[in-house]
Design a protein around this ligand. Sequence first.
Ligand SMILES: [Zn+2]
Length: 334
Amino acid sequence: MYTIKPSPGKGLGVFATQAIERNDKIVHEPALLSQTNAEELEKGSRFKCLIDKFDQLDDNKKAQYLSLSHRVVGFDKETYDVLRYFINTTQPRIADDDYQKTFQELTRMLDVFNTNCAAMVKSNRLEGFGIFPIYSRINHSCIPNARWQYNYTVNEMEVHAVRDIADNEEITITYFPYDRSLSTFQDREWDCLLRGFQCDCEACADPDPDLRDGRRERMCELMGFFEDYNLGAFINEVELNPPFGTPEPIRLALELVKLLETEGLFGDSLAYACDLLCDFYCVLDQWDEWEKFAIKSNLNSPNPLSEIAIASTKDSETAGFNNEATGIAEGSST
Ligand SMILES: [Zn+2]
């Protein structure tokens, strides 16, 4: 269904080798390396835990792990001390040259983790982070054609198409956490630079970004409105003032759906907006409309928005490493 090959200006990328339909599962793979918050607590340090986990991989898996892209983000004194301690205790008589080599391998290991780790979320709880080699090769777009999610039922990372994808088209996901995926060009550019690349997707390469920015600003406004609006409020509103026309919340949710579709955003935000409309139409007993948006919202995830609200992809901020680091080195998924 897919192949990994060079993507112009982005190192490697993942490309469809056949036409893929919306909702098709494109990728499913177990973690090459993962660590949970519980394991970190047990070890007393995220770095120690990660180093131990890496050390347990066989040579093939270590090589596969180290072949993934990494941007050099540096490390703090605590990490340096942990690295030194690990080498000195596991290899007390190590020669100077080997010490340098081991030290470099471990710092690269941390950089690969920071660059590629994906959040593993279970029932809206962030459980830990994992490294997934194929997922790691998927490049970013601000108008992605796929979405990702760790599936705890089968313990695999899954990537699904959010719209039909043509044969040979590049598969893309968003690297942004949910609250920034609808942001304007300038904010997205900053987010991309922090991650070590410049985005050249259709939205970012648009010679006239004002129209898109206007749409995205309005989407954020509408999402903000629904953050503070619950179904109970809608029921009260409808019961107190039976609507003669389209109730205001439905009008706003329909506007949100239209904006998202116009912008080409068929992922989690669209599913969220459609779920809202399903709730509203359910209250109004309008089942034809309900069905229309239930079909649109079906994204192989029972509650996509809440899942991704705390999940971030390839995001060192979320991983908790090198929070202040802003080093910019390589392309995205090289
Ligand atoms: Zn972009």
